[in-house]
Ligand binder design. Structure first.
Ligand SMILES: [Zn+2]
Length: 86
């Protein structure tokens, strides 16, 4: 029933998989750019190209006086450990 595929068939399969992968990747990039433009980010295209851009904005951190753990300076009331009053 199954025979060993010939080289042209293997090449065809590899090309088909490559085209499907490339098409999927292109759609992902377009969807991300559209989402960033919807969020009102005028630099959406530029930041989509930048590989090392942080996903979230950078937050100021505060150090716990007892254990030294860093927590967000805004919003956090303690470091999350019971023994630390902060
Ligand atoms: Zn602490």
């Amino acid at each position: 029933m199954f025979t060993i595929p010939t080289v042209p068939k293997i090449l065809l399969i590899v090309i088909v998989i490559g085209v499907v992968w490339w098409w999927h990747r292109r759609n992902q990039i377009k969807a991300r750019e559209r989402a960033e433009l919807d969020r009102g980010n005028p630099a959406g295209r530029a930041s989509a190209k930048a590989k090392n851009s942080p996903a979230k904005p950078i937050e100021d951190m505060a150090q716990c006086r007892v254990c030294g753990a860093y927590v967000p300076a805004v919003g956090a009331t303690n470091c999350g450990k019971e023994r630390c009053p902060f």
